[in-house]
Each structure stands twice: as structure tokens, then as C-alpha cells.
Ligand binder design. Structure first.
Ligand SMILES: Cc1cc2nc3c(=O)[nH]c(=O)nc-3n(C[C@H](O)[C@H](O)[C@H](O)COP(=O)(O)OP(=O)(O)OC[C@H]3O[C@@H](n4cnc5c(N)ncnc54)[C@H](O)[C@@H]3O)c2cc1C
Length: 470
């Protein structure tokens, strides 16, 4: 059985850091070791495989540019001195995406946090703004993100576009890779004389979800959605497949406006400490975000399916002891459970339409308590389907691999969350356009080293790639 590739051993990058700092002045830098270590982390530790592999990899210096001119200064200095450069938003990514595997500079983008313009739902924005702060400015004007990760309160827009995929709202607008949401990106290259490349139309996909391996995004142009007054609800069902069939019917009910539909089995929901007092012992739930005018027809549909609404409130940023319900969905489900049970990990699975409900039932019956179901309903190329972010009772790497292989062999592709390699995770294949863009934009292979498999296999940089055991 082939397990996961191993990263290179942890190493600092040897250079004269004082000379480097002088060269990039006046860019703010931090070299205090505790802070550098802290900003070298993301949520890689969700995976027991990555936790073992990446726990000792750190950068050497943090640089915090306040505008594009400062980004260019850092990029040029790194290219001249061949220093690895890892871009970072808020560090909420998984898979070690934002973790430097060859030391070097961590480029913290959070000081570039301005909205440039908002024109009829087309937003131009700097990458380092937090999603919650972005919406605080757009919602009063009637516009919101088409979809956002469950890390809305912490993540940046640049990190979401470079590292994320989908989220709350994907039941209406699909995933980041679908044409139309990301309209244009402004990207700085890492060369001795960096260039600014503007990617528009389908070309944006060269950099979307590329883990910052092939360019530094300095401005984004994204399409927003009209706002609704939203409410959040929890529907309860005696059995999990009843919850799934209701979710499917709700997603097909086009006149009921919704933004989030997440069936979660009791084996996971019972760990939601702040919520459990509202839940019925042993029952599966569906976490929902619905437009307020759709609450009544939703309840009629729910009654038809034998479900009960056990929790309802207007959407806010979390009142009292209960955080926003989206912080129990997507990858937050796993986080909520990890708070009480450190023995679990997770999967990311596609249950492709039109057979997704049957496939879910097959896997649910096959694995029982070992793989507890958590689904996220999404619109995929116009059809309703679902992703699984199932909660796995972890025993050994070999068993985890068997579980993944069984899903892949049964028509449920896994986007492996236990690898630091871009193509082995979300993308599953080499994206030739992303690779070609890296050759042009990062000819020395300095951006987020060791993450792009195609680079490792085809463009060995000074023999270093041999250190990754593919
Ligand atoms: C609890 C939890 C829940 C999550 N829920 C979701 C979810 O619902 N949907 C989802 O898609 N993801 C989810 N994620 C993953 C992650 O939160 C999102 O992808 C998030 O948007 C990342 O933003 P960030 O600012 O933290 O990026 P970071 O983690 O800092 O960076 C992510 C990647 O983007 C690159 N990057 C960052 N900024 C730039 C830039 N300006 N230019 C080029 N590259 C850049 C980094 O190098 C890194 O590879 C979740 C993660 C956690 C821990």
C-alpha cells in the first residue's frame, strides 16, 4: 500500500537576514522566533498524517507589506537571493497550505485590507481583508459574498481564493472554480524584476486554489450576490437518511431561498457542546440558513418529511453562548468535535449527482460509526450534489488509506486532506495551466516550495526536490 509522500526535513534558509531586511526597508518585518513560529502554522494538525510530517517546519522572517510596491520589493529581494517565499492570509487553511517547508520569508498580507471599489455587485478588494470586515462594508450596500468558508470571522479573501474551494452559499453559486465569481486577479511575480500580471476571465483559474505557489495576489475583482435577511435553523430527524432526503428536496425546491444545507449524523452532532441542549438525543440534524421570507414554506416541506425545527433565530454574528451556526458546518464541524475528541480526523468526499443520495447511503451503511456522516449540499454544474466532510475515527495510517481507497473505488472521489501536495489534495490532477503559470511567474521555484507536485516532478530546483519522497 502506498502511503503519503514525505516532506523534506525541516531547515532554516541560510542568508544574511540583516542585509535582507535593509534591502527591503521600509517593509515591516518580524524575526522574533515565537512570532515567526506562530505565523508558520495553519490548521494542518486536523490531519494526523500532516501533524507528524509538518510539526517542525518553520519560516525565518515575517514581512508585512502595506501595499503592492512593498510586495514587489520583497519579491525582488527573494528572487535575487533565492530565498523561499510563502504567502499568508490568516493561516486558517488546512493541509499545511500556508506552512513554509523550506524556511525563508513568510509574506503576511493582512495589512493590505482595503476595499478599492464596489460597483453594482463587482467588488475590487485587496487580499488581506477578513471576510467579516469585507461584508461589514458591502452588506449595508445590499451586497454579500456569493459564498464564504465557515472561517468567515477569521479568514482573508486572498487566502480563500488561493486556498479555499466552496462554502456557505455554494448551494446557489457552486465552487470557486466555476466561471463568473472570480472576475480578475492582479498578481505579482517572483523574479529579479517582478512583473504585475492581470488575469481576467478563465485565466484567473491559473491562480485560484494554487496555494500561492505561482504568484502573489495583490488585488481581486469578485462578483457578489444580493443580500437577503437570513435566518439560521436546525431541523431534527429520527434517522440520518431521512435528513438527507429532506436536504435533497429542499435543494430542489427552487422557490425556497437558502444558503446552507448540512445534514449531520448524531455521532458528530452530539459533540456540539454549545448546541447540544437544543438537540434531540440520538437524532440526525440539518443545519440551515434560509431567507426569512422562505421560513414558512420551509416548515411545510419539513413537516411533509417528518422533521422538526428545534432551533431558529435571525442570522447574526452569534448571540449569547452559541456562535453563528455556520461555525458548526464545513470544516468547522471537524473543529467542534476535535475540541472534545482528539482521536478523530476527517475526509473530503465528492458524492456526484445524480446518484449522490444512493452513494451516501452505501458509505453510511458500510462504515457505520467509523466514518460518521457530515454532508454539505452544493450546486455542481447546475445539479444538486453533495460533499462529505465525514468524521473518521482514526486508528492507523494504513486504515485511513483503506477508507480513502474504498471511497475512490466506489465512485466517491476523495479530495485528500492528508497531503501537503496541491495536486494530490483538492485538484486530484496536475493543472497544466497552473504549472505553466508557475514557470513564468516563479522561475526559481521560490513560492511555497514543495507544494506543487508537477514542479517537483518536472522542474527539479538545484536537486532539492529529491528531498520529497514522492
Ligand atoms: C475550521 C475551518 C473551517 C474551514 N471551512 C472552510 C470552508 O467552508 N470552505 C473552504 O473552502 N475552506 C475552508 N477552510 C479552509 C480555510 O479556512 C479557507 O480556505 C480560508 O479561506 C483560508 O483563508 P486564510 O486567509 O486563512 O488563508 P491562509 O491559510 O493564510 O492561506 C491559504 C493559502 O492561500 C495562499 N495565499 C494566501 N494569501 C495569498 C495571496 N494574497 N496570494 C497568493 N496566495 C495566497 C497561502 O499561501 C496558502 O497556500 C476551513 C478551515 C478551517 C480550519
Amino acid at each position: 500500500m502506498t502511503l503519503w509522500p514525505e516532506p523534506p526535513p525541516p531547515a532554516s534558509h541560510a542568508t544574511d537576514w540583516n542585509a535582507f531586511k535593509a534591502e527591503i526597508a521600509p517593509v515591516e518585518t518580524i524575526d522574533e522566533p515565537a512570532l515567526v513560529r506562530q505565523k508558520s502554522r495553519d490548521f494542518y494538525w486536523y490531519s494526523p498524517i500532516l501533524k507528524r510530517q509538518l510539526g517542525k517546519h518553520f519560516g525565518d522572517l515575517i514581512a508585512i507589506p502595506k501595499d503592492e510596491a512593498e510586495v514587489i520589493k520583497v519579491a525582488a529581494a527573494c528572487a535575487r537571493r533565492r530565498i523561499p517565499l510563502t504567502v499568508r492570509g490568516a493561516g486558517t487553511g488546512n493541509y499545511g497550505q500556508a506552512m513554509p517547508l523550506a524556511g525563508g520569508v513568510i509574506l503576511d498580507m493582512t495589512a493590505m485590507d482595503k476595499i478599492v471599489s464596489l460597483d453594482e455587485g463587482a467588488l475590487r478588494v485587496q487580499p488581506g481583508i477578513k471576510l467579516i470586515d469585507l461584508e461589514a462594508q458591502t452588506v449595508p450596500q445590499g451586497w454579500e459574498l456569493r459564498f464564504h468558508p465557515s472561517t468567515r470571522r477569521t479568514a482573508t479573501i486572498g487566502g480563500f481564493i488561493a486556498g479555499g474551494s466552496s462554502g456557505i452559499g455554494s448551494i446557489n453559486f457552486g465552487v470557486l472554480r466555476d466561471r463568473g465569481t472570480v472576475r480578475a486577479l492582479r498578481v505579482v511575480t517572483v523574479e529579479e524584476t517582478p512583473r504585475i500580471v492581470v488575469l481576467e476571465g478563465d485565466d484567473v483559474q491559473k491562480v485560484v486554489h494554487a496555494y500561492g505557489t505561482n504568484g502573489i495576489v495583490t488585488e481581486l475583482d469578485i462578483a457578489l450576490a444580493r443580500t437577503w435577511p437570513w435566518a439560521e435553523c436546525i431541523a431534527s430527524f429520527k434517522d440520518f437518511m431521512g435528513a438527507v432526503r429532506f436536504a435533497q428536496a429542499l435543494c430542489e425546491a427552487d422557490a425556497i431561498v437558502k444558503k446552507e444545507v448540512a445534514p449531520i449524523d448524531w455521532g458528530a452532532a452530539k459533540h456540539f457542546k454549545p448546541l447540544v441542549g437544543h438537540l434531540r438525543e440520538g437524532e440526525a440534524i440539518v443545519i440551515l440558513t434560509l431567507a426569512e421570507p422562505s421560513l414558512e414554506p420551509f416548515k411545510d416541506l419539513l413537516a411533509e418529511h417528518g422533521g422538526t425545527c428545534v432551533f431558529e433565530r435571525p442570522m447574526g454574528d452569534g448571540a449569547g453562548d452559541i456562535p453563528p451556526l455556520y461555525e458548526f458546518t464545513w470544516n468547522h464541524t471537524t473543529l467542534q468535535i476535535l475540541k472534545t475528541d482528539k482521536t478523530i480526523t476527517y475526509l473530503q468526499t465528492l458524492f456526484p449527482p445524480p446518484d449522490h443520495v444512493k452513494l451516501v447511503e452505501k458509505m453510511w451503511k458500510h462504515f457505520g460509526d467509523e466514518v460518521v456522516m457530515h454532508l454539505e449540499f452544493v450546486r455542481l454544474q447546475g445539479k444538486v450534489g453533495c460533499f462529505g466532510l465525514q468524521v473518521v475515527r482514526y486508528t492507523t495510517p494504513e486504515r485511513l488509506k483503506e477508507i480513502i481507497d474504498f471511497h475512490n473505488a466506489n465512485g466517491c472521489p476523495i479530495f485528500d486532506p492528508h497531503t501537503f501536495l496541491l495536486e494530490d489534495g483538492g485538484m486530484r490532477v496536475v493543472d497544466e495551466a497552473q504549472y505553466e503559470f508557475k514557470r513564468a511567474a516563479d522561475p526559481h521555484g521560490l513560492l511555497n516550495p514543495f507544494k506543487m507536485r508537477a514542479w517537483a516532478e518536472r522542474t527539479p530546483t538545484e536537486g532539492k526536490w529529491a528531498e520529497v519522497k514522492l
